[in-house]
Design a protein around this ligand. Structure first.
Ligand code: NDP
Length: 278
């Protein structure tokens, strides 16, 4: 039989590690797949995705900036993708309907809880940012039953909106970065894009305690700006987002192949690829 066809759609897409990750997963099981990274022009997502599935495509990952469009494109959405207003995983059901899910939050939770051994349950959690990445992870985080969850964003009104949408799932509040003064957190998740330009949002160091764990969704060959900031201010532990990337891919893989890949070796493999490219 011929290889099943998969792809990731995004813009930009050149540095995507998804083809390496899915190919490594497939090798664990002897699955025959073809997985391509495709740069889709802005405004062309729906046409491209429709054509992909009409040609028999078995599954599509979707990344920046098309996750909201992917949610709109899906015929049926998981609850968490609907609430996030964003989908990163699409595949056809037996009846041909396109199913949409968002595996980013599960990937984040799995990396923190299973791989890193950090507690979400009972923790005072801070999410920095209120963009697509933050929206995608709030529901899976809240299902872990943190003590409380605070969303802080440069534009405070967006954090307040998200707190309203997700408030029925737990103790959720939101505000501006200046509202962090006088608060302390056990777990801080940086879901801003500030790190892409090497910046750290202005944060009060007193929000960290000697028990705080700090997670940056950004990743690269070197520790990120936010990781360095957290380490300088005596955080207990810091991590970048590479594990999340591999774990969200594993969740997509499970949906498409009904098989759970081993992620540890693949995280190490992609880490080596990043280091070699630096
Ligand atoms: P968006 O553009 O949707 O949102 C960006 C967010 O960052 C907004 O909340 C914005 O605030 C804030 N922000 C941007 N620049 C600054 C700054 N200089 N100081 C303070 N806040 C800032 O991006 P996404 O949510 O889609 O992505 C966020 C990050 O998460 C990206 O770096 C992305 O690479 C990463 N990511 C990683 C994943 C992984 O698997 N590891 C998965 C998904 C995303 P405002 O509202 O005020 O503009």
């Amino acid at each position: 039989s011929s290889a099943r066809k998969f792809a990731v759609y995004g813009n930009p897409i050149k540095h995507s590690k998804s083809p390496i990750i899915h190919t490594a997963f497939a090798a664990q099981f002897g699955h025959r797949i073809e997985y391509r990274a495709v740069r889709v022009e802005l405004g062309d997502f729906e046409r491209s995705a429709r054509a992909f599935f009409e040609r028999g495509g078995a599954g599509l990952n979707v990344t920046v900036p098309f996750k909201p469009e992917a949610a709109a494109f899906a015929d049926r959405l998981s609850e968490r993708a609907r609430r996030a207003g964003a989908a990163n995983t699409l595949h056809p059901a037996a009846d041909g309907a396109i199913l949409g899910d968002n595996t980013d939050g599960l990937g984040l939770v799995r990396d923190m809880v299973v791989n890193l051994g950090w507690a979400v349950q009972g923790a005072r959690v801070l999410v920095l940012g209120a963009g697509g990445a933050a929206r995608g992870v709030l529901e899976p985080l809240l299902l872990e039953r943190p003590h409380s969850l605070y969303i802080a964003n440069r534009t405070a009104s967006k954090a307040g909106e998200l707190a309203g949408i997700f408030g029925e799932l737990g103790d959720v509040a939101g505000g501006g970065l200046e509202d962090l003064e006088g608060r302390a957190f056990d777990l801080v998740i940086n879901a801003t894009s500030a790190g892409l330009s090497g910046e750290v949002p202005p944060l009060p160091p007193a929000m960290l305690t000697e028990r705080s764990c700090c997670y940056d969704m950004v990743y690269g060959a070197e520790p990120t700006a936010f990781m360095r900031w957290a380490a300088q201010h005596a955080a207990w532990a810091v991590a970048d987002g590479l594990g999340m990337l591999v774990e969200q891919a594993a969740e997509s893989y499970y949906r498409w192949h009904q098989a759970r890949p081993e992620t540890g070796p693949v995280i190490r493999q992609v880490r080596e690829v990043l280091a070699a490219a630096a």
